[in-house]
Design a protein around this ligand. Structure first.
Ligand code: AMP
Length: 560
């Protein structure tokens, strides 16, 4: 393999010398500058090289082959075609959609070809003259055998997520496909990890490939942040619970190294009051499907799974990947953490690292330049503060309605008494009883359960002035949908402020604010919902006119 020469630093899409129609398509997509992988691979690809690019989902790799395909490799009005192979149908579809958009103004059409969908529809799209075929290996091979894809027209082959294709057992199909293709084709291979198996594919099927190994920051998805918690090795499940308390992830895929562990961890999380489910190969198919369906409906906050069980399932809406144990090799780490931060979303990877796992951490840095930020478990002092807050929340919840005037007057008088502390402590002792640890557990559980699975709490936003863990309020709340989100650079605090200004809602009346990619969700007292919607009419935020309406439920919020 040859090392790629240093790129002469094109900074913009214009610098790459792209066709006007492609520049316009990029503007339509809202892509302003090329990502490193797009910038560095473009000229190698359009010069006709076979290229191996080490990059993974989230780096803009689809654009890295999609842009040169529609810009130069496919001639206008010609009949040559490109074949993009992907490990899963989600990815095949996603790439097809993206390439279709890139090629829209050049008249280059794309078809997605995958198992489980109607063969006829795919055949008719192929007949209509699609120039880029994006598919999964099994179905593509079917089409080649039937002659509904003409191998002789395929001038460019892209192997997307090649390592995943191999680890999912597609080696045979890949060989069978590649053997049918013309030998004068150009082959591009994209892979997050480049191990011996990938190198063998390259040796066998590529012509003098150029290797573009991107530096550590480019291999990991642009949007993924990596964190580790160093543990002493004892009480790992308890540590996990503390970490979930501190990080307060909206949702997570929690990886375990063994099947038994998935069940143990999920059971412990449930006992602690968290909403959790487990997935491993021993679980009957029907149950596995149920768990996945619940996960897709946002009804599962923590999905605890083995690597094998998590493979190929679309969990891209989960915000965090948590390694209960680090995996045995670094490639696996890259794959696991790649399950978050997909499709432009930002994601977070958190690993629990015991003394025996330091080696993996070392190789992670050495081979991929991934240098996770170290975080620490809460100290006893911090844990005490939290337990106290939980107890106060418990009292708060126990007396939702204002007491009578007499009791209020007595309370006012008591708290101004010089010995108020002693007397209040006595009352609290009577309220909680002697069994202190039990009470703490009940209080913590009450807090965790306060979050409905269908409305996970907002992720921590360091710039937010909203409380980090707003508690469920006693009055019924309604969830409102707002048509601005992360993609507009919206901060929860901004939305909170605007709501307070325009509607007169008090800070404590505004519940959780969840800023999602394209929209946000806000909990407000149900009785104020209509009035809030009316008062927000005509408001502008981040240069967008706001549209605020009742969200029916989280899975089916209206789209702007
Ligand atoms: P990928 O690595 O291909 O899965 O891309 C990750 C996400 O980044 C996708 O949602 C793309 O639409 C988006 N994306 C790719 N290239 C760019 C770019 N140059 N500017 C902004 N977003 C991009």
């Amino acid at each position: 393999m040859n090392e790629a020469p240093a790129a002469n630093d094109p900074q913009t899409f214009e610098d790459l010398g792209l066709h006007d129609d492609v520049l316009k398509a990029l503007a339509d997509l809202g892509w302003e500058t090329p990502t490193p992988v797009q910038r560095d691979s473009y000229s190698l690809i359009v010069d006709g090289n076979d290229v191996i690019v080490q990059a993974r989902t989230g780096t803009g790799k689809t654009g890295a082959f999609g842009i040169p395909l529609v810009d130069k490799l496919m001639s206008i009005g010609g009949d040559e075609q490109a074949l993009v192979l992907a490990p899963t149908r989600e990815l095949a579809l996603q790439s097809a959609r993206e390439i279709a958009k890139l090629g829209a103004r050049r008249g280059i059409e794309t078809v997605a070809v995958y198992g489980g969908a109607s063969m006829e529809r795919q055949v008719s799209a192929l007949k209509k003259g699609a120039r880029v075929i994006s598919g999964t290996p099994g179905r593509v091979l079917d089409h080649l055998k039937r002659g509904t894809i003409a191998a002789s027209r395929l001038r460019v082959l892209v192997l997307d997520e090649a390592d995943e294709m191999l680890s999912m057992g597609f080696a045979k199909e890949l060989n069978a496909i590649i053997e049918r293709l013309p030998s004068n084709r150009q082959t591009l291979l994209f892979s997050a990890t480049v191990d011996r198996a990938i190198k063998r594919v390259a040796e066998k099927h590529m012509r003098d490939p150029v290797f573009l190994g991107l530096s550590g920051d480019h291999v990991g998805a642009l949007g993924i942040e990596h964190f580790v918690y160093m543990l002493s090795g004892m009480g790992r499940v308890g540590n996990l619970i503390s970490i979930l308390e501190i990080e307060n992830p909206e949702s997570a895929l929690i990886f375990c190294n063994t099947k038994a562990e998935t069940e143990e961890v999920s059971a412990a999380l449930k006992r602690a009051g968290f909403n959790a489910e487990w997935l491993n190969g021993d679980r009957p198919q029907r149950e596995r499907e149920q768990v996945l369906a619940q996960t897709r409906r946002n009804e599962v906050r923590f999905l605890v799974a083995t690597d094998v069980a998590a493979r190929g399932i679309d969990v891209s809406h989960l915000t965090h990947v948590i390694n209960f144990h680090l995996p045995e090799n670094v490639e696996q780490y890259v794959h696991r953490t790649g399950r978050t931060g997909r499709a432009g979303r930002t994601g977070t990877a958190i690993s629990l690292v015991g003394p025996n796992e330091l080696g993996v951490l070392y190789y992670l840095r050495l081979q991929y330049g991934i240098l996770p930020v170290e975080r620490t478990l809460p100290s006893e002092g911090e844990a005490k503060t939290r337990r106290e807050a939980d107890r106060i929340a418990m009292i708060d919840l126990a007396y939702p309605n204002p007491p009578n005037e007499r009791a209020l007057a007595l309370a006012r008088r008591l708290i101004t008494h010089p010995d108020a502390e002693r007397m209040l402590a006595g009352l609290l002792g009577a309220f909680f009883g002697p069994d202190t640890e039990d009470i703490d557990e009940v209080a913590a559980k009450q807090r965790r359960r306060g979050r409905r699975a269908t409305t996970p709490p907002a992720p921590r936003d360091p710039e937010s002035e909203e409380p980090l863990t707003p508690e469920a309020e006693a009055p019924p709340t309604a969830t409102l949908y707002v048509n601005v989100g992360k993609s507009d650079d919206l901060k929860a605090s901004e939305l909170g402020r605007l709501l307070r200004e325009r509607t007169g809602l008090k800070r404590r009346e505004i519940g959780r604010i969840r800023v999602r990619n394209t929209h946000s969700l806000v909990d407000v007292p149900e009785e104020r919902a209509k009035d809030v919607i009316d008062s927000m009419a005509g408001a502008v935020l981040r240069e967008r006119e706001l549209s605020v309406e009742l969200a029916e439920n989280e899975g089916a919020v209206p789209r702007s």
